[in-house]
Ligand binder design. Structure first.
Ligand code: SF4
Ligand code: SF4
Length: 556
């Protein structure tokens, strides 16, 4: 450790740190464009110039290591003049088209232009014009004029995605970002370049021009696309998710997420394929019915088939849903045949983020008890037992198990099938009763990732039920500036309920009172009964989650 003085404050810092890192660790932000905490130092934007006593010239804070006794000033007239000059150079050829730029409102160049620039330009020559719409790959669009050549995107592709696909061509003020010949920006992590681009040069082809950042709210949640559980923000306007962006978690995903998770996990929330109301098979076919009618049919079938039931939990459902479901299966359905289906895609894994297990909570499902115990049958055993007519009825939550043709063929032999599902699919088409469950984007709850980290998910869009009962819902709402607000309350809302609440309603109708008002009540019971969750609470999980208690076996 060494001692430095930064703007008059004495700081104890690690001697291996650069000035910008040491300052940041103590909450002091030195302006920067090209520097990023997880990329190599390029030192090309020069906006982080600072004055160090006894050195003849200003130095860049991103590339200057601290030394014992160093005295650093970040706001002397010399530093301020130098920053103004850097900003003047950067803005000479910048198009200044903020009113139509997707980045406006979250753009470093815009922010620094207000904070660090003189507010007018002395340049009255013609600006250099460059291509405005270059599709670099399937997901990323480049506005070449807006690029300030910081090289963050180039370094990201080389150093994080391990796919060198971007480079610069030409010289001087004609420099342009481009892809290598024959390449396009199509690595599985390509959209992270949009997040780290400090200006509006790189934009999402999916999100471009859909909303201004100040019109949306951003909710802290977790990607359900695989067992990594990348932390992310869900951005919503009028109760519709418009984009998802990574949220920093040093233990899980650092600053990144994959393109598949970012784009592929939210469009179903507002799709036409949602189950709009409870469905029931009747003589006239499948009809929409009220919740009371659907639940009383399920209750009467449970009474008929009790002990001939099997229960299929889900690696897509939360720990709370799975915990209550297995409890219900054992106490109310009277079955020990409880398991869930794995969704592993062999080979679709890398050493960056992506996992072969394409579900967010398989470890959690096992931990909370969705597994056969005391002689109960496994998933494959249950499928076999249906074919042999030993199991006659089944309850499935939140998983399209009939996507597998062998399973679909077995389900057709059941005498009664009830399914909780948010979407119409192969499994709901075979069901006698379908109860509309909310999606991950409409639920409070937790997922346990492959590392055993239990993390909160929070609703970013509202259902009709949440509208009526709130369910602690408004607590998690923050707009782009971190202030709670209620713009989300507009827009289409679905009549869907979290699985734990549906299960509790059926149990109550059967005479078993489950007294939970919120998912937090279920979690608190889970944390007091399942050893590996001991000591956890929603408050303690916070933004980054907590690991399951040590000594807990992590299944392969
Ligand atoms: S496109 Fe953005 S991230 Fe890439 S070099 Fe230009 S300004 Fe930097
Ligand atoms: S790696 Fe997995 S959890 Fe992370 S963004 Fe991709 S799909 Fe989602």
């Amino acid at each position: 450790m060494v001692t430095i003085t930064l703007d008059g404050k004495q700081l104890e810092v690690d001697g291996k740190r650069t000035i910008i890192e040491a300052a940041r660790e103590h909450g002091i932000e030195i302006p920067h464009f090209c520097w990023h905490p997880k990329l190599s130092v390029a030192g090309n934007c020069r906006i982080c110039l600072v004055e160090v006593e006894k050195l003849p010239k200003l130095v860049i804070a991103c590339a200057t290591q601290v030394a014992d006794g160093m005295v650093v000033h970040t706001n002397t007239p010399k530093v301020v003049n130098a920053r103004e000059a850097v900003m003047e150079f950067l803005l000479i050829n910048h198009p200044l088209d903020c009113p139509i730029c997707d980045e406006a409102g979250e753009c470093k160049l815009q922010d620094y232009a207000y904070k660090l620039s003189v507010g007018y330009s002395r340049f009255d020559e013609n600006k250099v014009h460059k291509p405005k719409r270059v599709a670099l790959g399937p997901h990323v669009m480049l506005d070449t004029e807006r690029c300030i050549m910081c090289s963050r995107c180039v370094r990201f592709c080389e150093e994080i995605a391990h796919k060198p696909q971007l480079t610069f061509s030409q010289r001087g003020d004609h420099v342009e970002l481009t892809t290598f010949p024959g390449e396009q920006l199509d690595n599985p992590y390509s959209m992270n370049t949009i997040d780290i681009c400090p200006v509006g040069a790189l934009t999402s082809r999916d999100f471009r021009f859909k909303a201004r950042v100040w019109e949306m709210s951003a909710t802290e949640t977790v990607c359900p696309g695989c067992a990594r559980g990348c932390n992310m923000y869900s951005w919503v306007r009028n109760n519709e998710i418009l984009r998802q962006t990574p949220r920093f978690n040093p233990e899980v995903n650092e600053y990144w997420m994959c393109d598949a998770g970012r784009l592929g996990t939210f469009k179903h929330v507002n799709s036409d394929g949602r189950i709009k109301a409870p469905l029931m098979k009747k003589d006239a076919g499948v009809v929409e019915v009220g919740w009371d009618e659907a639940i009383s049919r399920v209750v009467s079938e449970i009474r008929t088939f009790r002990k001939n039931f099997a229960a299929i939990g889900s690696a897509y459902a939360t720990n709370e849903d799975n915990y209550l479901f297995q409890k219900f299966a054992r106490e109310v359905l009277g079955t020990k045949h409880i398991d869930f289906m794995r969704h592993v895609v062999e080979g679709e894994q890398d050493d960056i983020l992506l996992r072969e297990d394409k579900t967010p909570n398989s470890l959690g499902a096992v931990e909370v008890g969705v597994r056969p115990k005391d002689g109960g049958l496994s998933f494959d055993g249950i499928v076999k037992a249906i074919k042999e007519r030993q199991i006659k009825a089944m309850y499935i939550i939140d998983d399209n198990v009939a996507i597998n043709p062998t399973v679909a063929a077995a389900l057709q032999k059941l005498e009664f099938l009830v399914v909780n599902s948010s979407l119409e699919n192969e499994t709901t088409r075979l069901a006698d009763v379908v109860l509309p469950s909310s999606t991950f984007a409409e639920r409070h709850g937790t997922f346990t990732n492959f590392q055993g980290r239990v993390q909160r998910i929070r609703p970013s869009v509202a259902t009709l039920e949440q509208d009526r009962a709130l369910d602690g819902f408004a607590m998690s709402r923050l707009d782009a500036f971190g202030t709670p607000h209620d713009r989300w309350a507009k827009g289409v809302k679905r009549d869907a309920r979290p699985t734990w609440r549906i299960i509790a309603a059926i149990a109550s109708a059967m005479g078993t009172k489950y007294k939970y008002n919120t998912s937090e009540d279920v979690f608190n019971e889970l944390a007091s009964t399942v050893g590996s969750f001991k000591g956890m609470s929603y408050r303690k999980l916070g933004s980054w989650g907590m690991k399951l208690k040590a000594g807990v076996a992590v299944p392969a």
